[in-house]
Design a protein around this ligand. Sequence first.
Ligand code: ACM
Ligand code: ZN
Length: 773
Amino acid sequence: MKKLSSIILVITAFVCNFCFAQKVFTENDIQIIPKPASLKISEGVFEFSGNTKLVITDKSQKESVTAFVSKFGKAVGLKLQITAKAPKSNYVQFVVNTSFENEAYELKASKNNVIITAKSSAGFMYALETLRQLLPVAIESKTVIANTAWIIPAIEIKDKPRFEQRGLMLDLSRHFFGKEYILKTIDRLAMHKMNVLRLHMVDDQGWRMEIKKYPKLTEVGAWRVDQEDKAWNARAVNDPNQKGTYGGFLTQKELKEIVAYAAIKNVEIIPEIEMPAHVSAAIAAYPFLSCVEKPIAVPSGGVWPITDIFCAGKESTFEFLENVIDEVIAVFPSKYIHIGGDEATKDHWKTCPYCQKRIQAEGLKDVNELQSYFVKRIEKYINSKGKKMIGWDEILEGGLAPEATVMSWRGTKGGIEAAEQKHDVIMTPESHCYFNFYQGPQNDEPTAFNAFLPLHTVYEFDPIADAMSPEVAKHILGGHANLWAEFINTDALSEYMLFPRLAAFSETLWSTKESRNWDDFSSRLGALFQRYDYLGINYAKSAYLIVASSKVDIASKKVSISLQNEFPKPDIRYVLGDQEITQNAVKYQDAIQIDKTTVIKASLFKDNQPIGKTFTDTITFHKASGSAIQFKTPFNENYKGDGDLSLVNIIRGTKNFHDGQWQAWLNSDMEAVIDLGIKQDIQHVILGSLESQGSGIYFPTAVTVYVSDDGINYKETAKTERAFAPNINTELKDFKVNFDTKKTRFVKVIASNLGKAPSGGGTWLFVDEIVVN
Ligand code: ACM
Ligand code: ZN
């Protein structure tokens, strides 16, 4: 890693106390993320020592400076003194300039001193976050690091954000995350100069905020029957009388602590209280809130379509919501309350006498206008308390509430439409902002929502489209990333999905459009990863993974494998056979041609060292490769693999079952007959399969092999069976059927479909290859 090595060289060089002044920093040594608006390096350095004084001139500087002293003390072992008056030299001075914008700052470092100028505590905090990234990465250490020169270059940085809204949403409902993790996340947001944390505290699978007037919201609504051993979308409907044991909630005291801590870090906590749908947990607690008033349980997993909905006809619903909002406002000083509004199936409203009466009385056209009535009425209440309402882009349907800020998630279209209607907009399109999607090849990643958002795509995010007029663009407040937690059940996994994508995201919102450059960003990432290591952040190294794509010429039985990585000009090296990856591995240039069974291993290299996980694939040529294959029941139209010969094409499928290598059968067995052309000795059949129970895909319960000389009379040869077992993950499995050597021309393979899903619904059987050898 070019830039990283130069930093390491710098640090080793400065162990010598006399030679540091000779170091000439260049822009490549400055690895700050997000990139500052402007920076200019001069000759020389400022060195921190035990005598360095921190000169504060205003109370707006106190909190951040104290935090810096503590951090410095831990890593350096020196207690910096805070004073009110500048000495002659060797000091960092904090100066208020009221003409600055709120979050802007300037940092000027010379041999003698560092002068930090800002208007507010936010600006001083961000200046110190920048100072932290100018210092060696070891500043992140929680124990003293010896033999380090604590120097920064002489530099002038002028910095401010491009967008005012730079946010992240944590979903506390689908899985519960407690106060400690939220506080840690606030620190990390501040480190990335992000300034909003939205807490998604209400959804079907759990109500997470204590509401004193309605205690059952947390006594009942915060707990669900524990089905954590099953895939999210394969969980059974619960009995309302069964007590829930999985869950949790935040008390108002805890939430106030979170809000107070966030304020120090310039992070606004926006509460997210979903309505009128995504509220099964609330209805489980108080069935009177629904149209049908039927007792329901808090669901333990996926619910689709979302038909549980607050009744829009009964006054008691609005009384409840106003009381809840009163308590929310008392805890959260944020200017905004997010009321959701997404994905409401309004079937209950169509038949509910109260809802129908409301439609009549208000002269509404349909249930869409009833949702609009609902949202407008809530907005009026929120506005009456001096707050603003945010809703998902569905709130455009049936007429937008007059003051609403729209959060555009189904692409940017809704956001653009709202901005054209002069509404404020926060962009959060799934395509760039949904951090619950996979960030690397699925075979190497923890099970996630089945969509793809790699680091470089996050980096391409821009809340403002080129086509927007300045009039429209001025309503775009910024962007938020969303971490939906259906598949995220631990703090470590949450960190994995957030980092480093949050770093890329922060730069899209903070840095100038002109300064954004993927090559440059990726070269700064290595230093950030070292900081993450010190901080104990479980970040993903997915961007280092190799992405392989294979092609086959089945007539000549030649496989061609291309290797890629998302970084620019990647140094990829590979080996074939049973060798290990070392720096002597072959440098990848063009697609690798393979014509016999082999293992291929590949890795990304930096500075002659393999980094990230080694990619491994086995290419198996077999006796059925390219043979004629026929099916008793045709494969499903939506899963045709790469054509008729897909199951004998040598190329294997991945955990991404849309990768074009899978053939599938719905509610039926797969029965295939392969004609080997001539009689051959065979000893086993391997059937490659995939399971993703949340998507209704199940491993076969049995694979049976038959042989025949004439293609008419078949004899059962062997069978491999496997009983159903709940499986939370997406998994690949080869079913191997061994037998004594048989000389045969025709091979029939039957894979038995599970037939009946434990949680209801159809059962898919997926096959990627039938290996005959
Ligand atoms: C959403 O993802 N339903 C806002
Ligand atoms: Zn109703």
